[in-house]
Design a protein around this ligand. Structure first.
Ligand SMILES: [Zn+2]
Length: 232
């Protein structure tokens, strides 16, 4: 039995959804799931087109970023589970790990270069609550300061900005969304892209009305009720 098969399949499913819902193009962006009871993180590999991914291609890491070999018994079984040793984990593995270390309540990370969120990221501008759905992230979507992709500095900037937000922008780069499940993290990435688009559009033809802090408190409270009724 392939380790973390379910998580590997989830990652492939949501990678394809990410392309289909135009949250990314080509092999841009990356996804991971942390199975905390196994102590293992499943993550997309670097540089493979999403539609070509198979469960074998999804890499398993420990929280320190070591690539975990499949068990010896699997090798003896001579199935090709270790084929993924030719692959490298996503170049952004560092910030995925930093997020899991920082937030014990999250088990999934989605990173996209979705165009509207990235537009705000390139202005180094937070997304304000122009629409109540910003509550998927929190009261707003803050911006982590710029650092070169794939660096420790970027991981540090992200970890120090995430706080209790469920999505943040990466300056001049894109978006990161986190969640209890891959479905949560993905929905957040999708909803924040929608809010970013609405924010952009409202500014094109007028001056958006920003929801008050009190109203956002109410919405976030309602989201909690709603979330707890869901079986995630
Ligand atoms: Zn990126």
């Amino acid at each position: 039995m392939m380790k973390l098969l379910h998580e590997r399949e989830e990652i492939i499913k949501y990678s394809l959804k990410m392309v289909k819902s135009a949250l990314t193009t080509g092999s841009g962006g990356n996804l991971s799931i942390f199975n905390r009871s196994e102590g293992l993180i499943a993550i997309t590999p670097s540089g493979i087109e999403y539609h070509e991914l198979t469960p074998n291609d999804i890499l398993l890491l420990d929280i320190d970023g070591n690539i975990i070999s499949s068990s010896n018994s699997t090798l003896l079984n001579s199935n090709l589970q270790d084929a993924n040793f030719n692959l490298k984990p996503s170049s952004e593995v560092g910030f995925h790990l930093a997020l899991y270390r920082k937030r014990s309540d999250i088990n999934a990370v989605v990173h996209t270069h979705s165009p509207y969120a990235t537009t705000f990221a390139c202005l180094n501008r937070e997304i304000m609550p122009v629409h109540y759905l910003v509550a998927f992230a929190g009261k707003k979507v803050p911006v982590a300061p710029y650092a070169t992709f794939g660096t420790r500095e970027l991981a540090d900037n992200i970890a120090s900005t995430i706080d209790d937000y469920n999505a943040i922008l990466l300056a001049n780069h894109g978006l990161v969304a986190v969640g209890k499940t891959m479905q949560n993290a993905f929905n957040t990435a999708e909803e924040i892209e929608f809010v970013a688009r609405i924010c952009y559009q409202t500014e094109c033809i007028g001056k958006p009305i920003i929801l008050s802090d009190d109203e956002m408190d109410k919405v976030i409270e309602k989201f909690k009720d709603y979330g707890s009724k869901e079986k995630s």
